[in-house]
Design a protein around this ligand. Sequence first.
Ligand code: PGA
Length: 248
Amino acid sequence: MRQLLVVGNWKMNGSRASINSLLDGLLSGPAVAGTEVAVCPTYVHLPQVLALCAASAMTVGAQDCSHMQSGAYTGEVAPGMLAELGCRWVILGHSERRQYHGESDALVAAKVAVAIEAGLQPIVCVGETREQREAGEAQRVVSAQLKGALQGQASLNALVVAYEPVWAIGTGLTATPEQAQEMHECIRACLESIDGADAQATRLLYGGSVKADNAAQLFAQPDIDGALVGGAALQAADFKAIIAAAAA
Ligand code: PGA
């Protein structure tokens, strides 16, 4: 039985003040039993968020990390530094990194390797563009991204995969529960073929315009084990409603 996991990807948003009030809202009231919850702020907000979450069940992750453990890589942050701070997760291969920073599957694979070595749990993002879906290429593209990032990795038992169709991110368009389930089934089948991956134990999150009103239907699908939430994670009430849908 896979425990549901709901992760907030705050992207490049927030100030010290807004994060104080967001976490105030998120941590007030009883924690929802049975669902794991995590938030991923920017690097600079990690110490603040880790301190505020320390006494709660909410865990914390980063949105990216370097592909190296140390050295002359100006502007980069090593996964070991994130682990030392207290981060549990790191989002890798998000489509915005692939699109705006030219990240390739090979670079994502290098990041996955060093993140695991540092003791972080990678949340590896995959997803097709609208053109690729319309051309009937969605499953081929996603399987190739997955294999590119994971093949040859030493240990994948802490892995989480997030399926985020690029056309659904921040657009208000969500994959239907059936479309998402179909792809999650394909991802699980692909994981079966990758050495070191435990396909049945790996949690597969859906991401792309997840909201309170579509979350329950998505979570009802047998291969959807939670969500990676962008926009709706920035408002405490919206994010809590998604967490509640996971627990329902
Ligand atoms: P969204 O973003 O929920 O705003 O679509 C999801 C993501 O990019 O992780």
